[in-house]
Design a protein around this ligand. Structure first.
Ligand code: ADE
Length: 233
C-alpha cells in the first residue's frame, strides 16, 4: 500500500475522485480514504498545513495502514531564479529550515536526536517520479532539496537565506516533517511538489492564483506514476 498525504483539500481531492472501492475512517480528526488508483492500493489523507499536522497524520497513517511508501504531494514556493511557477520539484532530501539550536553550537537545521540536517528521500521513488514527470511535462522538472518550516514564505530576503543555508529548490510546510516521521519509522518517503509561487513579495498574490493548477499537476503526475512506483517497491 502507498500512503499519500497532502496539506490542503485541493492537493488530494482529485486523487480521492479516482479511488476505486473507496473506504474511509477518521482518526484524530483526520479522514483517511483508501482503495485503489490505477490498480494500486493507496491510502489518502489531508493533513492540514504545517509540521505538527503533517507529523500526526504521517504517524497515524504508518501505525494504522502500514504504507510501504509514503508520498507527500502538493504545491510549493520555488526557490532561485530558475524555478518557476508550474515547474515540478521532486525531493532528493528534505530539511527543516526553522529548526535552530545554533546558540548551543549546532549548525542551523540540525534535527536533535537524529543528528542530521538533510533527511534523504527514497531514491528509487524519486527517480521514478522524476522520469515520469520528464515524460509527461514540457516544463522544468527539478530533483533537489525541499525546505520545510511552519511559515508561509513571502519575503525575498528570507528565501535567499534558505537558498544559501540549505541549497533548497522549493519551500513548503510539511515535507520535512513527514520525512522525519518516515525516517524515525524506517519507511521510505517521497515529496513531489509543483510550484505555485516563488516565496517572495509576490507570493501572496501568486499562491491563490496558481495553487489549484499546480496542485492538479502534482495529482495527475502522481496518479500516472503510481503503477511504476508500486512495481518498484
Ligand atoms: N506552499 C506554497 N507556497 C508556499 C510558500 N511560499 N511558503 C510555504 N509554503 C508554500
Amino acid at each position: 500500500m502507498i500512503g499519500i498525504i497532502g496539506a490542503m483539500e485541493m492537493e488530494i481531492e482529485g486523487l480521492r475522485a479516482k479511488l476505486e472501492n473507496p473506504q474511509s475512517e477518521t482518526i484524530s480528526g483526520i479522514r483517511f480514504d483508501w482503495g485503489t488508483i490505477n490498480q494500486v492500493p493507496c491510502t489518502l489523507a489531508v493533513c492540514g498545513p504545517g509540521k505538527i499536522n503533517a507529523a500526526v497524520c504521517a504517524q497515524t497513517m504508518i501505525l494504522r495502514f502500514h504504507p510501504q511508501l509514503l508520498i507527500n504531494s502538493g504545491v510549493a514556493g520555488g526557490i532561485g531564479k530558475d524555478v518557476h511557477i508550474n515547474d515540478v520539484v521532486i525531493a532528493n532530501a528534505v530539511v527543516q529550515h526553522d529548526v535552530d539550536t545554533s546558540p548551543l553550537g549546532d549548525p542551523v537545521g540540525l534535527i536533535s536526536g537524529l543528528n542530521i540536517i538533510e533527511i534523504p528521500a527514497d531514491k528509487t521513488a524519486a527517480d521514478v517520479l522524476t522520469k515520469k514527470a520528464q515524460q509527461v511535462y514540457k516544463g522544468n522538472v527539478f530533483h533537489g532539496i525541499i525546505a520545510t518550516g511552519d511559515q508561509f514564505m513571502a519575503d525575498r530576503a528570507k528565501i535567499a537565506a534558505i537558498a544559501e543555508q540549505f541549497h533548497a529548490m522549493a519551500c513548503e510546510m510539511e515535507g520535512g516533517s513527514i520525512g522525519q516521521v518516515c525516517y524515525m519509522n524506517q519507511i521510505p518517503f517521497a515529496v513531489l511538489r509543483t510550484i505555485s509561487d516563488n516565496g517572495n513579495d509576490e507570493a501572496v498574490e501568486d499562491f491563490p492564483k496558481f495553487a489549484r493548477e499546480a496542485a492538479d499537476r502534482s495529482i495527475e503526475l502522481l496518479a500516472t506514476a503510481l503503477p511504476a512506483l508500486a512495481q518498484a517497491l
